[in-house]
Design a protein around this ligand. Structure first.
Ligand SMILES: Cc1cc2nc3c(=O)[nH]c(=O)nc-3n(C[C@H](O)[C@H](O)[C@H](O)COP(=O)(O)O)c2cc1C
Length: 342
């Protein structure tokens, strides 16, 4: 018997288990710490001055403006705060990108601003106070901007008729026609349809088929209202008829290096839910669960979420209204995100 084996024999099993757990804990702690440090040293900060980091924040603010533009009742004069951020980031981009006049995000920003100007002018709203926020070149470029197919940020109207026969659509049509819808008709959502959505979503792959995803379906308007107040990313929209809370059951995992898997598998499942909702003719919008500790606690208490489940995201669900404004949410092109490794 080797020395290692004899030492092992002398140490009782519970102590060996404890040593193993401590080693696993320390390894995971180091690895999680390294991951966190990498994350925090590369994210976009308010003060970041390089192109990519500025673009991140400009994208975020364009989307905030799009959300304001995509309300059924436009709140005239909205968004002074976000407009200030957009003009600031566009000015920073003018310095960071010598080719800024062709920069996709700069053009998206002009396009969204153009819609903002036109829709206010159509309603006779005096934009003098808003114009004062902008350097003249940006305001004028937005005014004369002619949105093209590629850079048509802002909002568009989606017609309920385009959703007829969704279940018969080919995947490409279904995927290209899905958009986040944030305003719904008053018609209640059928449980039978939701059950079909869940059944299809069960086909989602998961690591070693562990199937950790859980869905909490909320239909009580008061609880939905409170959950979304706590969540904070759906303000100024009416309470959706149904809210799904997608979580991952951590008891399905076995070691520290699986710690991101609850979100990977939960994210895949959530995408299946979004496509299945679309296929069965329901409107939906994913909503973040990027909770602070306080928000996490409050949400757990409100929805009775067990300690072993991690939040992945919410999905607001309802029926499509006759027509509904949608955020354009312009995408990058595949060549911007693809690296072919030879
Ligand atoms: C994980 C996740 C979290 C999101 N959180 C929010 C949110 O809190 N509020 C919101 O209005 N939209 C939210 N969205 C919707 C995105 O804004 C939307 O998916 C994106 O702009 C792309 O548009 P599309 O879904 O219409 O294609 C979220 C989307 C995802 C995937």
């Amino acid at each position: 018997m080797s020395v290692k084996q004899s030492v092992k024999k002398m140490v009782p099993q519970p102590v060996r288990n404890q040593i193993r757990r401590t080693r696993e804990w320390n390894r995971t702690h180091r690895s999680a710490d390294k991951q966190l440090r990498r994350f925090m040293s590369w994210i976009s900060l308010d003060a970041s001055t390089d192109k990519v980091h500025i673009e991140t924040r400009l994208e975020f603010d364009i989307h905030r403006l799009e959300k304001g533009l995509s309300h059924q009742n436009l709140r005239l004069g909205f968004g002074k705060g976000v407009l200030k951020q957009i003009t600031r980031r566009m000015t920073m981009l003018e310095h960071a990108d010598p080719n800024y006049k062709h920069n996709a995000l700069y053009l998206d920003a002009l396009s969204a601003l153009h819609e903002y100007q036109v829709r206010h002018e159509e309603q006779g709203f005096d934009l003098a106070a808003i114009k004062a926020i902008f350097p003249e070149n940006i305001w004028n470029s937005a005014h004369s901007y002619i949105p093209d197919a590629e850079h048509h940020a802002g909002s568009f109207i989606m017609d309920n008729a385009s959703k007829a026969h969704s279940a018969q659509k080919e995947f490409v049509d279904l995927a290209e026609g899905r958009h986040s819808v944030r305003e719904y008709s008053d018609e209640p959502v059928s449980q039978e349809t939701l059950d079909k959505v869940y059944a299809v979503s069960m086909r989602t792959p998961s690591v070693c088929n562990r199937q950790a995803t859980r869905i909490h379906q909320i239909s009580d308007p008061e609880i939905i209202k409170r959950a979304l107040e706590i969540q904070g990313g759906f303000r100024s929209y009416k309470t959706p008829p149904v809210l799904l809370f997608v979580t991952s059951d951590v008891r399905a995992f076995m070691s520290g290096n699986e710690r991101n898997e609850p979100f990977v598998d939960g994210g895949l499942f959530a995408m299946s839910l979004l496509y299945a909702l679309e296929a069965f003719g329901l409107a939906a919008c994913p909503l973040n669960a990027m909770f602070t500790d306080e928000v996490d606690e409050e949400t757990r208490k409100l929805l009775n979420i067990p300690d072993y489940e991690l939040p992945v995201m919410y999905i607001a669900v309802g029926n499509f209204p006759e027509s509904v404004p949608i955020c354009a949410s312009i995408r990058k092109t595949p060549d911007e995100i693809l690296t072919i490794i030879h």
